[in-house]
Structure formats: C-alpha cells, structure tokens
Ligand binder design. Structure first.
Ligand SMILES: [Zn+2]
Length: 423
C-alpha cells in the first residue's frame, strides 16, 4: 500500500496544493455530498444524489490532502481548471463489509454514504476511488460540481446541541458528536446521565485524557418516538430517530445505522468530525468504521471498554487485534499484502509500521511469554487470524476487554488523528 500510495502521490506531485491554499480554493462553508454506494461481490459503483451546503467548515484547514490512506474509499477534490488536487480524505464503509457477505453473492446492496468537503470557490471535479484489501484501486465516480450553478440544498437545523466537554475551538479540536438513539421523551433523565457517562468514559481513557484540550464532545438532544432499539432476530421493531438496528448485514450483535443521510442531517446542527450513536438497549452491540461512524449500546458491564474500542476503529483506523472470534472473516488480510491499519502487520512491509518504535534486541516475531508481557513487540495473532498477522502488544484495548489499555502503537495512531484536526 505504501508503495502504491507513494507512486500515486508522486504522479500528482506537481498538482497538489499546499496547506496555505485553503483560502485560495475554499470558502468557510461545508459541502456535503450524499451518494449511494451500490453493488455486490463483483460490482462496486457510486451514484451521487445530492449536494448540501452548511455555514461553516469545521474540519482541518492545513491537512487538506491526506498523505496516508487508512480507509477503503478515497474522495478527492480537484480544481477543475488547473486539475490541482486540493482536498482528499479516505474512509471505510459498511458497503465494503456487505460485499464480503454471502448475501452479496446473489443480491445487489445499496448503502447511503456521505462525503463532507470544504466548499469550493470555483468548479471542481470530485472523484471517488475504491481500494480492495490487496490495494487495487478502481475509480467509482467522477462528478463535476460548480459552486455557482450546481443545485444545493441548505443544511436543516432542527435540534438543540448540548456541550458535554469543550476543550477548545472547533476549528482546532476533534469534535465528537453523540447522537442518542432509542430514547423517548420519557427517557429524558436517562439520556442526560448516559451522555455524561459516555463522555467521561472517553475523557478518562488514554490518550484522550492527555489531549482533552484538543477534543470537544457534544450531543444532539433528540428523542425517538419509541424507547429501545430494533432487534429483528427477537421480533422487536422500534420507531427510532435513525432506525439503528441489530443484525446489520446478518450479524446479530452488529448494531448499525443505514440511514446515513439522516444521521448527517441531524448532526448538521453541531460542529462534528466524529459521529457516535449511543443506543438505548441492554443488548450488547456496536460497531466502528474508520471515518464513518461508530455505535455502542448504553447498558453493558463493559460499556467503558466498548466505546473506546469502537472509537479506536473510527478515529484511529485501528484493526481488531483479537483472533478468537465467532465472526469468521475469510481472507480479510490476504497473504503477501501489508494491511493499511497501523496496528497490525503481515511483516511484508514492517518498516512502514512500528519497527522504529521497537527496543533494540526485541525478537521479531516476539514470543508471547511473561518476559514480553509489557514490551512492544511483534506478537503473532491479530486481525481475526492466529497465524500470519502480527500485533504490537500482548494485551491491548483493541484485542480484549481492557479499558484504558491502548498499546503504544494504537496510542500513537489516536494522537496522530487528534493532531489531524488541529490547524
Ligand atoms: Zn493496540
């Protein structure tokens, strides 16, 4: 992947804008592109369906072009006249998980997705590119957007925003926005205490607690018609704000939201970089997808662990370091390919991972013995498989139920993400 990215960026080096160019190319507004990601095991396509414009660009103004791709979809914005790459961001999506399911062998899936980019001053070309696990790329869509002539809708502002923690200005902080789901008006008290509780889980975990002044946490105050969460396998169907449901892509505990456009409609009321759905349900469930969104249920004995684990996927692009799971993922990390996630390696390109963080003399691979219990190493087993994929630490929050125990590699990846949102 590193080689591919390097070649890619070298090829456009002449046409890449630098950090000072925000004001040259963009206005202080947000352009939200709503699109459908459609396909099956073979087909992969994107269809843009609408453009929305909001009053303030809340994201980075200095890291306009991404240098490390952690996601499997890349959105790029090119100044149309000069063909200069002026913005890019990668993210992962539920659609690509769907494509790995048996259902995708016979059924076409259609998933809502959103790309938020700074609002351009002049006409631009917006390009969506997909990458598979072997880093093969495919352009999914190239669309032309003219800020003067393309039809846009304004963001809808409907809900009250609650500040849970304000570390600084939105422009210089990572803004986490919590969306309460399945709380009816009668759950008002519970919602209030849950929001505070989950904000404190995040802020009391390293490295969040050391970077509090670079993090804001807010919530949307919005109620669902009914209390609880849809659970199709139990015959439970609830009218909730975002239609979040268990059994997403046929995995019982996978609690996700398919109404991504509505999610962003609601979130538009607040500055946000990171969206977290807090679901009012006693049943364990959750999920987190890099730069997409995360979900967590509110009542679980290990809720503190679950929320920071899922945010690890969402914010840091971190892989699961465990390898004993009921979820069977075939070929998730193909042999001979270095994964994009910073906290796992197949040793194909370990130089690009945490090799320079190892102490001199640490054996590679590292034996999982007491001697190396709290040592940064290269331990076999991770990314759902016991062999061929290696992780940096014996017991990390991305591996097992341990709150506030991110390994040094995961910690660094999270701090890098916090820094991305700083000017
Ligand atoms: Zn880790």
């Amino acid at each position: 992947m590193k080689k591919l990215s390097l070649l890619f960026f070298l090829s456009v080096a002449f046409f890449v804008c630098n950090c000072q160019d925000f004001n040259k190319y963009f206005t202080d507004k947000t352009l939200r592109v709503n699109y459908l990601h459609i396909g099956d095991v073979d087909l992969d396509s994107v269809s843009v369906v609408g453009y929305y414009v909001g009053g303030h660009w809340n994201g980075t103004r200095t890291h306009l072009v991404e240098t490390t791709r952690l996601g499997d979809v890349l959105v790029e914005v090119f100044d149309y006249k000069s063909n200069t790459l002026i913005f890019s961001r990668s993210y992962s999506c539920l659609f690509n998980e769907y494509r790995t399911t048996e259902r995708a062998l016979t059924e076409t899936g259609s998933f809502e997705e959103v790309a938020n980019v700074p609002f351009p001053k002049s006409p631009v070309k917006i390009v969506f590119t997909s990458f598979d696990r072997k880093h093969n790329s495919k352009i999914l869509s190239e669309t032309f957007f003219d800020p003067q002539n393309t039809h846009t809708e304004p963001f809808k502002i409907e809900y009250k925003v609650v500040d849970l923690h304000v570390g600084g200005k939105s422009d210089t902080c990572m803004d986490i926005l919590i969306l309460p789901e399945g709380y009816s008006v009668k759950d008002k008290k519970l919602m209030k205490s849950d929001l505070k509780r989950f904000a404190s889980y995040i802020l009391n975990c390293s490295p969040y607690k050391e970077y509090k002044n670079r993090i804001n946490i807010r919530a949307i105050s919005a109620f669902s018609d009914e209390s609880g969460i849809t659970d199709p396998n139990q015959g439970v169907f609830k009218k909730t704000l975002l239609n979040t449901s268990y059994n997403t892509i046929d995995v019982d505990r996978y609690l996700m939201c398919l109404n991504v456009w509505k999610m962003h409609d609601i979130a538009d009321d607040a500055p946000y970089d990171i969206l977290l759905i807090l679901a009012n349900s006693p049943k364990y469930g959750g999920g987190g997808i890099y730069n997409f969104y995360a979900t967590v249920n509110n009542r679980h004995t290990n809720s503190d662990y679950v929320v920071v684990h899922e945010l690890g996927h969402l914010i840091g692009g971190l892989a699961d370091e465990y390898y004993t799971s009921e979820v069977s993922v075939t070929d998730f990390y193909p042999e001979g390919i270095e994964p994009v996630e910073p906290n796992v390696t197949t040793l194909v390109d370990f130089d690009s991972k945490w090799k320079n963080m190892l102490q001199v003399g640490t054996p590679v691979p590292t034996p999982a013995t007491a001697e190396y219990a709290n040592v940064l190493g290269v331990f076999e087993g991770g990314g759902y498989v016991a062999e061929g994929v290696y992780r940096p630490w014996m017991h990390c929050t991305m591996k097992e139920i341990r709150y506030d125990s991110f390994c040094p590699v995961c910690t660094k990846a999270l701090i890098d993400a916090f820094m991305y949102y700083s000017r």
